[in-house]
Design a protein around this ligand. Structure first.
Ligand code: MLT
Length: 241
C-alpha cells in the first residue's frame, strides 16, 4: 500500500487520483459534522460549492425531505437550517433527511477529488473504522486535508498523520510513504497524547474560539465515536451497504 498526503489543498493530478482511494479530512468541522450526521441516520449529504447552488438543489427535492447546513465565516448561513457544528447534527433533526451542505473548505474538497477511486469521509470520530476499511481494501491511498482557505491546515494534517500511523501499526500490509506522509506522521506523533493541543494551536481553532464555538474543539477531537465510513459517489455522500 502506497500512502501519499496532499499537504496543500489544490486539485490533485488526475493520474494520482485515478487508481487510489481518497480520504477527505476537515476535522474542524465539515467532515466531523458529516460523519456525525450520517451516524445519526441522515439519508445522504450533497456537498455544494456555492450558497446559491444549495438553495437551487434543495428546490429539486420534495418539500420537507431536505435540510440546508453549513457555514460562512464559521456562522450559520442565512436561510439555512443548521450551522456546521457536529453537535447540531443529531437524530431528532437529521434522521432520514437529505442534507445539502456548503462550507468554506470541506465541501469544496470533495469536488476537487471527485475523479478519485473510492472517496471516504474521514475525521477523528471514525478513524478506527476508516483504518480498518483501508487495510481491508489494501488500495493505494491519497489523504486529502481540506486545508484552510487554500493553506496548510495543522489539525487536518494531524488527523492524516494518525491515519497513517494506525495503518502502519496494524502491521498487516507493507506500507510505502512519501516524504509528505512521513511528515504528517511525525506531526501526529508530536500531538499523539494531546490532539486538542493541535486544535488550540491552529489558526482555524483559534478563530472558532474567538467566535464563541470553543466547545467544538474538544468535541471534534474525540476518537472512535462512530463505526461508519461514509462514501462520496456521484455527487452525494452515503453509507455504503
Ligand atoms: C470548512 O469547511 O471550512 C470548515 O469546516 C469550516 C468550519 O466549520 O468552521
Amino acid at each position: 500500500m502506497h500512502i501519499d498526503i496532499q499537504l496543500i489543498p489544490s486539485a490533485p493530478d488526475a493520474d494520482l487520483l485515478s487508481n487510489r482511494a481518497v480520504i477527505v479530512i476537515d476535522v474542524l468541522r465539515a467532515t466531523s459534522a458529516m460523519v456525525h450526521a450520517m451516524s445519526q441516520g441522515a439519508a445522504e449529504i450533497i456537498p455544494v460549492i456555492k450558497v446559491k447552488e444549495a438553495f437551487q438543489v434543495a428546490k429539486t427535492f420534495p418539500r420537507g425531505s431536505t435540510l440546508l447546513g453549513g457555514e460562512k465565516d464559521t456562522r450559520k448561513i442565512q436561510g439555512f437550517d443548521l450551522g456546521n457544528s457536529p453537535r447540531e447534527y443529531i437524530a431528532e433533526k437529521v434522521k432520514g433527511k437529505r442534507l445539502i451542505m456548503k462550507t468554506t473548505n470541506g465541501t469544496q474538497a470533495f469536488h476537487l477529488v471527485a475523479s478519485g477511486g473510492e472517496i471516504m469521509v474521514g475525521s477523528f470520530f471514525n478513524i478506527g473504522a476508516t483504518v480498518r476499511r483501508c487495510v481491508e481494501s489494501d488500495r493505494d491511498l491519497l489523504l486529502f486535508p481540506s486545508g484552510d482557505e487554500g493553506n496548510f491546515s495543522l489539525e487536518d494534517t494531524v488527523c492524516g498523520g494518525m491515519l497513517i500511523d494506525l495503518i502502519i501499526k496494524r502491521g498487516e500490509r507493507p506500507v510505502a510513504l512519501t516524504d509528505a506522509s512521513h511528515c504528517a506522521r511525525v506531526l501526529y506523533q508530536r500531538f499523539e497524547t494531546n490532539l486538542l493541543e493541535a486544535f488550540y494551536l491552529s489558526r482555524h481553532g483559534k478563530e472558532l474560539v474567538d467566535f464563541g464555538l470553543e466547545d467544538d474543539l474538544p468535541y471534534c477531537a474525540q476518537t472512535d465515536m462512530f463505526d461508519v465510513v461514509p462514501l462520496y459517489q456521484k455527487g452525494a455522500i452515503r453509507i455504503s451497504d
